[in-house]
Design a protein around this ligand. Sequence first.
Ligand code: CMP
Length: 140
Amino acid sequence: MAVERTLSILKPDATRRNLTGAINQRFEDAGLRIVAQRRLRLTREQAQQFYAVHAERAFYDDLCDYMTSGPIVAQVLEGENAVVRNREIMGATNPANADKGTIRKDFGESVEANSAHGSDSPENAAIEVAFFFAQTDIAD
Ligand code: CMP
């Protein structure tokens, strides 16, 4: 299996409740390494651009409102099969459908305030990592 990188975002509900350390512990316990990390507040333009793939969805405007409602933590996770592994650790998009022991089940408040985002493919991971980080920001 290949060592991969994936983009993770700890969402405003996680920063608001001071859960970033607890969530990072899940990644590290699962063998993923946080090789870049920064806390920031997205502008509306950045949120719209990051989630442009969802622009036609009914929830797009609310999602952009939500993602700009407080600080986020953007991070690069590295490890074996990191894209799929991270999605397993996060659990299903809707916390109500997520398995016990996943981040979204244990911490998520709703489908929107679901605590974490993770890239859905290695191709999108490369695009999403580059959205937040320069190569020189990443130290493995
Ligand atoms: P995320 O992995 O960040 O990707 C898009 C986000 O849209 C998703 O997690 C959810 O938080 C959010 N979202 C809000 N409403 C919905 C919905 N009905 N279906 C899917 N995603 C939704």
